[in-house]
Design a protein around this ligand. Structure first.
Ligand SMILES: Nc1ncnc2c1ncn2[C@@H]1O[C@H](COP(=O)(O)OP(=O)(O)OP(=O)(O)O)[C@@H](O)[C@H]1O
Ligand code: SF4
Ligand SMILES: [Mg+2]
Length: 369
């Protein structure tokens, strides 16, 4: 099990040390809209080492996609704005301040993104071979023939049968699962150091989902790329990732190794997410989703943003915003006052209640990793 890299804010302005590939520091991305300002990503920090997999989870609207799009520099500015104090270091360079033409060269070559719905990202009027070859030519400066060979090779790599025939097909001639494989092939065609996959299997049926995830894992092992995997699905996280961050209303509320966060969650929010996974025993029974709704970004609770939904809240949670407390010895962090001396009794109650809710003894599926 790998250790979580804690970002030290004192390193501001300097590249990260060691084998850190991606270092996100106090990232804030806001949208100015008619009703006001949406703090979509509100001061998050995390790191990803070369070759490793980081999962980002959280309910809808928590800022997962905006985080990915900010790192890829794919947001329109305005309406989006990125705080000038924020830093994103990728492969030794700060990329938020990078000129856009330099960034474009990086994108597709060293960092690539896989979106949820491949039909919206593939161009319907070009064959898939054209699209992959075009990207290869743009970034690797090779001949047409070499680019087409690389396109067929990447289709083969992602398990598409008869790649020489498939390269000549248009996206609409393929099934959803096949198109997602093409997207992965395109992302991998230049052997990027980082792949960001935003809900890559949500639009697919369960069997194809499992195949695509297996594929992502095996190509990642072969190519040594790091993977940032955004998902709603904690089962997928358990299967796929080394470290995980849990987001709520634009903030990181918990982070740590996948084993720590899934088996020893330390915020009521993560506990609630885990309790809402249907277990084999509970299947057919009532699914316990987290009570209440995600607050409007225009009307966030004054201190802890989870307070209106939290069964363990007390008056401190309404008046003092919790910081990310270090918990345990493996780098786990939790944004929750339960980790103050005043919260100790409530923490014990929360952990006990969590054990009961999970039907004592039920284990989170970490085998197969
Ligand atoms: N272009 C935009 N203009 C204004 N607000 C936006 C825009 N894009 C995202 N947001 C807001 O930013 C917040 C974070 O959105 P984001 O898409 O990152 O959520 P998410 O965690 O990816 O959710 P989901 O799980 O549904 O994909 C939400 O409140 C969303 O409404
Ligand atoms: S800080 Fe308070 S309200 Fe927020 S999650 Fe912890 S116990 Fe609940
Ligand atoms: Mg999203």
């Amino acid at each position: 099990m790998t250790e979580v890299v804690a970002t030290d804010i004192s390193t501001r302005g300097a590249p990260p040390v060691g084998d850190v590939l991606l270092d996100v520091r106090n990232l804030k991305t806001y949208f100015k809209v008619l009703d006001g300002v949406v703090p979509a990503v509100d001061g998050i920090s995390f790191s990803l080492r070369r070759g490793q997999t980081l999962g980002i989870v959280g309910e809808s609207g928590s800022g997962k996609s905006v985080t990915a799009l900010t790192i890829m520099r794919l947001l329109d500015i305005p309406p989006a704005s990125i705080d000038p104090e924020s830093e994103v270091w990728f492969d030794g360079q700060e990329i938020l301040s990078m000129k856009m033409d330099v960034m474009r060269k990086l994108r597709g070559k060293d960092m690539a993104m896989i979106f949820q719905e491949p039909l919206t990202s593939l161009n319907p009027v070009f064959t898939v071979g054209d699209q992959i070859a075009e990207q290869v030519k743009l970034h690797l400066r090779v001949s047409n023939k070499a680019a087409w060979d690389r396109a067929a090779e990447s289709l083969q790599l992602v398990g598409i049968p008869s790649p020489e025939r498939r390269v000549k097909q248009y996206p609409h001639e393929m099934s959803g699962g096949m198109r997602q494989r093409v997207m992965i092939a395109m992302a991998l065609s230049c052997e990027p150091k980082l792949i960001i996959a935003d809900e890559p299997t949500t639009a697919l049926d369960v069997t194809i989902q499992a195949q695509i995830l297996e594929l992502l894992k095996s190509v990642q092992q072969r190519t040594g790329s790091a993977l940032m995997l955004i998902t709603h699905d904690l089962g997928v996280v358990a299967e796929m990732v080394d470290n995980v961050i849990v987001m709520y209303t634009g903030e990181v509320v918990e982070q740590g190794t996948v084993l720590d966060v899934l088996t020893e969650p330390r915020t009521p929010y993560t506990m609630g997410l885990l309790e809402s996974i249907p277990s084999v025993e509970k299947r057919g029974g009532r699914l316990s989703a987290i009570k209440g709704v995600v607050p409007s970004p225009f009307n966030l609770p004054p201190a802890c943003r989870f307070e209106p939904r939290c069964p363990y809240a007390w008056d401190r949670c309404h008046s003092v915003a919790p910081q990310l407390y270090s918990v345990g010895t493996g780098g786990q962090r939790s944004r929750c006052h339960l980790h103050t001396p005043e919260g100790a009794g409530r923490l014990s109650a929360a952990l006990e209640q969590h054990r009961v809710a999970l039907n004592v003894g039920r284990s989170v599926p970490t085998e197969g990793r």
